[in-house]
Write a protein that binds this ligand. Sequence first.
Ligand code: DOR
Ligand code: ZN
Length: 346
Amino acid sequence: MTQSLTLTRPDDMHLHLRDGAMLSAVAPESARDFARALIMPNLVPPVATLAQAQAYRDRILAALPHGARFEPLMTLYLTETTDPADVARAAASGVVKAVKLYPAGATTNSHGGVRDLDKIMPVLEKMAEIGLPLCTHGEVTTPEVDIFDREAVFIDTVLDPLRRRLPELRVVMEHITTQEGADYAAQGGNLAATITTHHLILNRNHLLVGGIKPHYYCLPVAKREKHRLALRRAATSGNRAYFLGTDSAPHVDALKEHACGCAGCFTATNTMPLLAHVFEEDGALEKLEAFTSQNGAAFYGLPQNAAKITLVKSDHPTVFAPKIQSAAGPVTVFDPGFAVYWQVQA
Ligand code: DOR
Ligand code: ZN
């Protein structure tokens, strides 16, 4: 029996494409299924100015397969020296769709991020004025705070006070991992949250029980099962406040399978089949399009994509390539740990 599902072509509202050899390897993986993606700016050095974003966008377009139709939506990396005027020009150019806040030390290449929120208030005020969204990596980095509590503490001590101080600021809580995150984002309006594919599938047992699984290590780290279930309810609810941001974050295997392994799950290759599986399992296939193709575009004020994507379900498990190759080394494709019968129709 074959089942098929045709959706508006999806957008990935949180994606790491890297640069150089890795960019060349991973850009085609996203372009195959997605129409647009919000590109994270945590390169070395970070993409912090309009000029850097324009140059990075050109490198992304050059890395796409011939004839690919894929639009990179650029972000700026917020630093304590970001110039509000440059941010305003970036927004007006149409190239830059958001600014990304990394608390210093929170994750990969975040050392140039923000330590003192007061220092970035002029930029945030400008963003509130012009309606440019702030995307937050929502974790505090204070060493006293347990890594599993970092998101909930960020909401209480950073995000909520910031939103009270600047109620007009549009905010996206990136890659939420907790019930607290899902509950806080539910209010919607000028607040939204992205949810990754892997956080709908993994809890912390998957990461740690029976041996440490480096390819399941990401940040924010996967939490207890009750949190995964809260994310599933949020994603499958159809609520406009939630949309897909895969946070697909490639690292070569040598750096994942390492004494100090990098954070990131590489899901660009198989995200859409995995999401079809997840939504079907929760009896919510009819909500998949809202999550992948409508809610994110609506929040960012973008038109919905005219192109479509068709997913088909067969009786045989889909075989995904276990790795993709890059000139920097192999990258492991996220393995959900269960059979998936959906695939994207070529
Ligand atoms: O798992 C993650 N990987 N989380 C992040 O916040 C950053 C990302 C990366 O860039 O590798
Ligand atoms: Zn990310």
